[in-house]
Design a protein around this ligand. Structure first.
Ligand code: ACO
Length: 402
């Protein structure tokens, strides 16, 4: 595998001797920064958080361990684990001024709305006093970053309940991040197996190299903007169907296929008509996404009715993609089994992407804190391909009178 181009290091072209370096569409195979946070080794089907196998951490730890690791670069000792878990559990409440506004925000869209969530997140950042990070101390930025991560599940669950005509259920400090989230959505004591499943999902999706929303977060942070702007922008990027907006669409696809016999003709027709199969393909992975592998196992443990059907669809899709899109190496990505796991844990379909946001915010924050330690504003170039300049002004155009 050829190594990626390092845009910052500068080839002779990047240095300006033969014109600017032209990156591939979508910045494919271009390294735009250095990071110690996480990495994805696509050909090996491996990714890590700060050097530790992320799947291993997800199998053996809890969400707060992974969160601590992302923030501090090391796994916590038992004392640090207990102190950190207590600290973040105490930060789950929505600030008063924002809590009062949630019913009005929830009324604007349906349950699980990403638009409502980003509005509430932005307001929360304002309410806790986020300012351009250069105008406050690093300790203030870190404190706000942890607070916003801790409050995200409360916002997501509260908006969901309000938009579906139910009372808000306040967070519990005696429960972990995942269990408290489930409790706030259902209002019932969280089931152990469901909590285990949701926690595995959350841990697996904390960070993943320079994915679209993480890059967006770093770009916005690089201008010196406040954390509210950064995280709201990242959440907007996550909501898109090519990124975090895929899992509910995977379910729409499974519903549309409907029966085992219909999988082959339905999928063949979709690929032949140029549709993207939701939950398949990845910019970096050219093998099975390791997140999908663990989620598949978790789905099997939950004995979800969907598993056998999903497995059949996955097998059929991978075979058809190999036949109709040879050489593209298209396999199931994290989103394919994510929905199966989350549904089996009783999360409503419209909450799949908001749930993803509850874990990815921890990754965004780790990246932003790294970005601002050694910041240079992101300001690339674009190759102009419009009409030759300068153009002659058209005769019909009358200059405005001043
Ligand atoms: N179904 C059918 N064909 C596909 C798929 C798919 N899911 N993914 C890629 N391809 C094909 C493309 O049509 C293209 O074929 P071509 O060479 O004939 O034009 C080729 O494979 C390369 O695809 P690109 O879209 O150029 O790949 P890119 O790296 O830009 O996109 C992406 C990656 C966005 C994930 C893409 O595979 C996709 O749209 N997948 C479906 C949506 C999805 O599952 N998103 C969740 C991703 S995981 C996450 O963000 C957390």
């Amino acid at each position: 595998m050829s190594s990626p181009v390092n845009a910052a290091a500068g080839t002779p072209a990047a240095a300006g001797t033969t014109g600017p370096y032209q990156a591939a569409a979508g910045l494919a195979d271009v390294s735009v920064s250095s990071t110690k946070v996480s990495d994805v080794l696509g050909r090996l089907g491996f990714y890590h958080y700060r050097g530790y196998n992320a799947v291993d951490i997800a199998r053996r730890g809890n969400f707060e361990d992974a969160w601590y690791l992302m923030l501090h670069g090391n796994l916590p000792t038992p004392q640090q684990r207990a102190a950190f878990a207590a600290e973040v559990a105490g930060l789950r409440e929505v600030p008063g001024g924002v809590a009062d506004l949630l019913p009005a925000i929830a009324r604007l869209s349906g349950p699980g709305s990403l638009e409502s969530l980003r509005t509430a997140l932005s307001l929360t950042a304002q309410a806790i006093g986020c300012r351009p990070w250069g105008d406050q101390t690093p300790e203030q930025t870190l404190g706000q970053a942890i607070r916003l991560s801790a409050v995200m599940p409360t916002l997501a669950a509260g908006l969901y309940r309000l938009a579906s005509g139910q009372e808000v259920v306040p967070p519990r400090t005696d429960l972990g991040y995942a269990a408290s989230y489930l409790y706030m959505i259902t209002g019932a004591e969280p089931d152990e197996r469901a909590t285990y499943a949701v926690e595995r999902y959350l841990m697996l999706t904390i960070d993943h190299g320079f994915n679209n929303s993480t890059f967006a977060a770093r770009v916005i942070a690089s201008s010196g903007a406040d954390l509210g702007a950064v995280l709201t922008g990242a959440l907007g990027a996550l909501s898109g169907p090519l990124h975090g907006g895929a899992p509910a669409r995977v379910f729409d696809m499974l519903d549309a296929i409907g029966t085992l016999d219909n999988a082959e003709p339905w999928l063949r027709h979709a690929i032949e008509h140029g549709d993207k199969l939701m939950g398949f393909g990845h910019r970096i992975y050219k093998t099975l996404d390791p997140r999908s592998e663990l989620l598949h196992e978790v789905a099997q443990e939950l004995h979800s009715d969907r598993v056998a059907f999903s497995e059949h669809v996955e097998k059929t899709a991978v075979a058809l993609l190999a036949e109709l899109k040879p050489g593209r190496d298209l396999y199931a990505n994290v989103e394919f089994y994510a929905g199966v796991v989350l549904e089996a844990a009783d999360l409503p379909r419209e909450m799949f992407t908001p749930t993803f946001a509850c874990s990815r915010i921890v990754g965004w924050v780790a990246n932003v804190l790294e970005q601002i330690q050694d910041n240079r504003i992101f300001r690339p170039l674009a190759k102009y391909v419009g009409p030759d300049a300068p153009r002659e002004l058209p005769a019909f155009w009358q200059p405005a009178e001043h």
